[in-house]
Write a protein that binds this ligand. Structure first.
Ligand code: ASP
Ligand code: MG
Length: 410
């Protein structure tokens, strides 16, 4: 008998039939003797619909009231789910965030979970009831309703699994796991049996949409055994877990393409202490997340500085950088949206030589020019022209033989 937290995403509970379908999965596990906590998203499209309604009444809806509004989406699904379970003779209790005691800070729209008091849930489980918990929402210390940000139900599920020390956290969605590359771009993409937390974090930050990134961070911190799988099939899914030797045999586990960044280049920046902070401080203060930063070795006391920011922040970044660049005597500031970041990710590259060279070779084989390069222990990223992005995914997928399952170590 295990304690299992399952989370169903919006497409898995999009209507009454689908709710009954996934609820039958829960019933089966419960009849097998498992203790079940079920975290639910709102029905697909519902959160967007609610935001739209709010915007009909105010251009910029008040964040506190917007969270009260958005939290209703998950209230609908947890109650419907429990209604169905009870109709099948399965004792079930739905809990909203204040009842499940999911405490957050007061950052409306992007609240962080500070802690979960599991007493009530444990009581329900002791009575052998299935507990359905509203995802995405929390409550601050004085009882205001908060939401965790888009896709936040994943985080609710993982945080819940961590707090309950669950044996397993299963995230049910409409894809059957984590792939070596986006299958829509790369037909040879293969579903991974397992992936490490660190690799998953890199993939999620690069835009792989299967898991919300904060949930992966949570899972890693508390080593929650996490499985991503489809609610529409019986396929086993992908296990996100700690690193083991087997996973280090292959240098690369996946390829990711991120087309959401833009590049800013400042030319002939005087090379003196204090210049970088003057350029980057205003960007940081505007809460703009800078990703890659590259500064060249200076020639005659000047250097070029290039960095990337989310495309949506490019205009603002240029407005902030231009005056400072002029003040410090730099030559010019150029922004470019037509870029893509192509990355290879793998814990195995830590102990495999020549991975970067193989990547560059594969790109050069297609005459793809590399504009920027950055590396971490388990990732190499290249910024290239956007139009080559999808081709680069396929080329790298081939170059590292990702279509083939990794050899098993005996
Ligand atoms: N319903 C929320 C959203 O669409 C949370 C979630 O689905 O995870 O973002
Ligand atoms: Mg979702």
């Amino acid at each position: 008998m295990a304690l299992i937290v399952q989370k169903y995403g919006g497409t898995s509970v999009a209507n009454a039939d689908l709710i009954a379908n996934v609820a039958n999965r829960v019933i089966k596990a419960w009849r097998d003797g498992h203790k079940m906590v079920v975290v639910l998203s709102a029905m697909a499209g519902e959160t967007d619909r609610l935001i739209g309604l709010g915007k009909e009444l105010a251009e910029d809806p008040d964040p506190r009231e917007l969270d009260v509004l958005l939290a209703t989406g998950e209230q609908v699904t947890v109650s419907l789910f429990s209604i169905f379970l009870r109709s099948q003779g399965v004792p079930a209790t739905s809990l909203l965030s204040h009842q499940a005691r999911i405490y957050t800070d007061r950052a409306y729209g992007r609240a962080r979970i500070l802690g979960i008091d599991t007493a009530r849930i444990k009581e329900e489980l002791k009575k052998n009831r299935v507990v359905t918990v509203a995802g995405f929402q929390g409550v601050d210390e004085v009882g205001n309703i908060t939401t965790l940000g888009r896709g936040g139900s994943d985080t609710t599920a993982v945080a819940m699994a961590a707090a309950l020390k669950a044996d397993l956290c299963e995230i049910y969605t409409d894809v059957d796991g984590v792939y070596t590359a986006d299958p829509r771009i790369c037909p040879k993409a293969r579903k991974l049996e397992q992936i490490t937390y660190d690799e998953m974090l890199e993939m999620a930050s690069l835009g792989a949409k299967v898991l919300e990134i904060r949930s992966v961070g949570f899972a890693r911190r508390y080593e929650v055994p996490l499985v991503v799988r489809s609610s529409f099939t019986e396929a086993p899914g992908t296990l996100v877990t700690v690193e083991d030797e087997e996973m280090e045999i292959v240098p690369v586990s996946g390829v990711a393409l991120d087309r959401n960044d833009a590049r800013v280049t400042i030319t002939r920046v005087p090379d003196r202490p204090g210049i970088a902070v003057r350029l980057f401080r205003p960007v940081a203060d505007a809460n703009i997340v800078v990703d890659m930063i590259i500064q060249n070795t200076s020639i005659d006391g000047h250097t070029d500085l290039t960095f990337t920011v989310p495309q949506g922040d490019l205009k603002k970044t240029m407005e902030l950088i231009r005056p400072v660049a002029a003040e410090v005597g730099a030559q010019q500031v150029v922004g470019d949206k037509n870029i893509a970041k192509i990355s290879i990710v793998g814990v195995g590259m830590k102990n495999n030589a020549g991975v970067a060279a193989r990547m560059f070779e594969a790109l050069s084989g297609e005459n793809i020019n590399i504009l920027m390069i950055s590396t971490s222990e388990i990732k190499i990223s290249c910024v290239i022209e956007d139009k080559y992005g999808e081709l680069a995914v396929r080329v790298l997928h081939d170059a590292f033989d990702l279509g083939q399952p990794p050899p098993k170590k005996k």
